[in-house]
Ligand binder design. Structure first.
Ligand SMILES: NC(=O)C1=CN([C@@H]2O[C@H](COP(=O)(O)OP(=O)(O)OC[C@H]3O[C@@H](n4cnc5c(N)ncnc54)[C@H](OP(=O)(O)O)[C@@H]3O)[C@@H](O)[C@H]2O)C=CC1
Ligand SMILES: O=C1O[C@H](COP(=O)(O)O)[C@@H](O)[C@H](O)[C@H]1O
Length: 593
């Protein structure tokens, strides 16, 4: 059967076959098949009246699936292969064996000695292993310049691995098994020879099987291109797929991003590039589309007709902590808004995609981004945290970080008002707020609905109608929840109203621990599922919204509003919201639910 199928790690769309374009069907199972690069078509579901064909593009599985008989979709397929109705027959005709014993996946973490690798990537890979989501034959290689033996890597990695709260059974044993599959190769990021040596080692582990290779570039952006070049020229798979996960930042403006894309495409096809935005892998971000498109009650309200404003809020209660050198070159707008918050906005605001196919979803996201007005300077407020002493403890200011220039104007906080000029969202402010060293850590989406016209109960709310507005809150983290604030009669003989919450609190509703975003994204990359990765045109559209204002902020040397470490951030954010008749929803007294 399929190399990576497992009862424990269903892909996002597993066990469902759903309708795509022109009555075509998209099979969830398809991306799980590891098919050699030369394959053109693969027909599955023998005996099923909806025979599915999976088109291959440059060695990657594209989930465009057609009903047999729909000539428009199958014209391009090779006729002799069209008649194939079983895996066995495919193997015989195509001359490949895709039995799971015959294929491998090698995952190379480039920059394995770094912060992200330790904090997120290795733990996510272990979680996938624990859940039985990695293929039978897999090998993990750490690659970096630091000198380390396999044992030293294993020691380093072992300190970062944790067991799930709800799944501790055999966890220690599983860790040992996992660590035995981890190896290390020391090399320079710009050395084809060093990557060729890695290739040799990978081949030894692959033992002549079809080799699929995933490179995770967990390195500073200035070395992305060299590492891609070397990995692609000296360590690509000869008979399977090769994919590269690229971490953000994808440039620092339209021009540098386009240059990065161009350079990457010298060595890789777009289909091989997996630009990661880990917010897309977060449970509640993934759930956004489910909430909208599989509940009748939300989609009809999802427009300027009923929604007054949308707020996308990110805050952290710690500073740049050791990442000041990186951060100072980028700032909060590039670090959080241009990617994480904008991606959420696009998913939130997009039209219904034709299907759940990656390209259909990404097409809709691009349309939203292209319908947006570039951000204007007058719609942005920036801030920077300064040192603050509280309870006898002194918290450092941003420029106290030794890697940050003393006169840095880099924003660690920003608020912005964005607009989508399309029929659905015309005039609705989308407010973003992102900051470090604030009073709490959270990420949420707040949807404030319009006032009820001619509300019979207006008198009960006094003059502040905002108090009575319905608000839908999607709390992405921490303590995931979706709740809707409604007006309700307080039980009793009188007529007193209060605001109550219809509350879906994940910890109370689901006993299962929520997987880390990196787990989902790594699994998707292994399976060739691109839905949660950023396509180059999305990236271009995202940069064109922010590039002009970023340039203006820098050219005009706009001074950020200073705010104390641990505070609620600059007051300018309130004025910006007030300009559009909005009040930030996170500032009211709101008990955690
Ligand atoms: N850390 C995080 O929380 C997040 C990081 N990212 C992105 O992920 C990527 C990796 O991040 P992170 O792990 O923090 O990065 P690190 O700064 O920890 O760098 C990773 C590794 O790259 C090597 N390296 C560092 N600087 C240089 C340099 N100037 N020249 C050559 N090699 C260098 C080092 O390995 P060695 O010296 O052994 O070769 C280091 O261990 C970056 O692109 C970052 O922007 C994205 C989101 C969050
Ligand atoms: O991409 C980034 O994200 C982290 C926040 O991620 P989270 O999953 O912990 O919310 C942020 O700290 C970092 O500055 C940024 O580069």
């Amino acid at each position: 059967m399929a190399a990576f199928s497992s009862m424990h790690c269903p892909p996002s769309y597993s066990s469902s076959i759903y309708r795509g374009k022109d009555q075509s069907f998209i099979s969830s199972a398809s991306p799980r098949f590891s098919v050699p690069a030369k394959a053109k078509v693969f027909v599955q579901s023998p005996g099923n009246s909806h025979q599915n064909a999976v088109l291959m593009q440059d060695g990657a599985v594209a989930t465009k699936v057609s009903l047999v008989g729909k000539e428009t979709h199958i014209e391009k397929l090779e006729r002799d292969l069209m008649s194939i109705t079983s895996l066995k027959e495919w193997d015989e005709k195509a001359g490949f064996d895709i039995n799971e014993n015959e294929s491998t996946v090698s995952i190379t973490v480039v920059g394995a000695s770094g912060d992200l690798a330790k904090k997120k990537i290795f733990p996510a890979l272990f979680a996938l292993y624990y859940e039985g989501c990695l293929p039978k034959h897999f090998t993990i290689y750490g690659y970096a310049r630091s000198k380390m033996t396999d044992t030293e890597l294993r020691n380093m990695v072992s300190k970062t691995l944790t067991c799930r709260i709800d799944k501790r059974e055999n966890c220690g044993e599983k860790m040992d098994e996992f660590l035995k599959r981890c190896f290390y190769h020391s090399g320079q990021y710009d050395s084809e020879e060093n990557f060729a040596l890695l290739d040799k080692k990978l081949k030894e582990h692959e033992g002549g099987r079809v080799s699929n290779r995933l490179f995770y570039l967990s390195i500073p952006p200035n070395i992305f291109i060299n590492a891609t070049k070397c990995a692609s020229t000296s360590a690509s798979s000869g008979n399977g797929w090769t994919r590269v996960i690229v971490e953000k930042p994808f440039g620092r403006d339209s021009e540098s991003s386009a240059a990065l894309t161009k350079a990457l495409k010298q060595y890789l096809n777009e289909d091989q590039i997996f630009r990661i935005d880990h917010y897309l892998g977060k449970e509640l971000v993934e759930n956004l589309s489910v909430l909208r498109f599989s509940n009748l009650i939300f989609e009809p309200l999802w427009s300027r007709r009923y929604i007054r404003n949308v707020q996308l809020i990110f805050s952290e209660d710690f500073g740049t902590e050791g990442r000041g050198g990186y951060f100072d070159h980028y700032g909060i707008i590039r670090d959080i808004m241009q990617n994480h918050l904008l991606q959420i906005l696009a998913l939130f605001a997009m039209e219904t995609p034709i299907s759940l196919d990656a390209e259909d979803i990404r097409n809709e996201k691009v349309k939203v981004l292209r319908s947006m007005r570039p951000l204007r300077l007058e719609d942005v407020v920036i801030g920077q945290y300064k040192s603050h002493t509280k309870g006898g403890v002194t918290y450092p200011g941003y420029t106290d970080d030794k890697t940050v220039p003393k006169d840095s104007l880099t924003p660690t906080f920003a608020a912005a008002a964005l607009f989508i000029d399309n029929a659905r969202w015309d005039g609705v402010p989308f407010l973003m707020k992102a900051g470090k060293a604030l009073n709490n850590k959270r990420a949420e989406i707040r949807v404030q609905f319009r006032h009820v016209p001619g509300n019979l109960y207006n008198r009960k709310f006094g003059t502040d109608l905002d108090q009575a507005t319905n608000e839908l809150v999607i709390r992405v983290q921490p303590d995931e929840a979706i709740y809707l604030k409604i007006n309700n009669k307080v039980p009793g003989l009188g007529m007193r109203l209060d605001r109550s919450k219809l509350n879906l609190h994940y910890a109370a509703r689901y006993s299962k621990e929520i997987p880390d975003a990196y787990e989902r994204l790594l699994l998707d990359a292994i399976e060739g599922e691109r839905r949660l990765f950023i396509r180059s045109d999305e990236l271009d559209a995202a940069w064109s919204l922010f590039t002009p204002v970023l340039a203006e902020l820098e050219e005009k040397k706009i001074i950020p509003e200073y705010y104390p470490f641990g505070s609620r951030g600059p007051v300018g954010a309130h004025y910006l919201a007030a300009k559009y008749n909005v009040r930030w929803g996170d500032l009211g007294v709101e008990q955690s639910v």
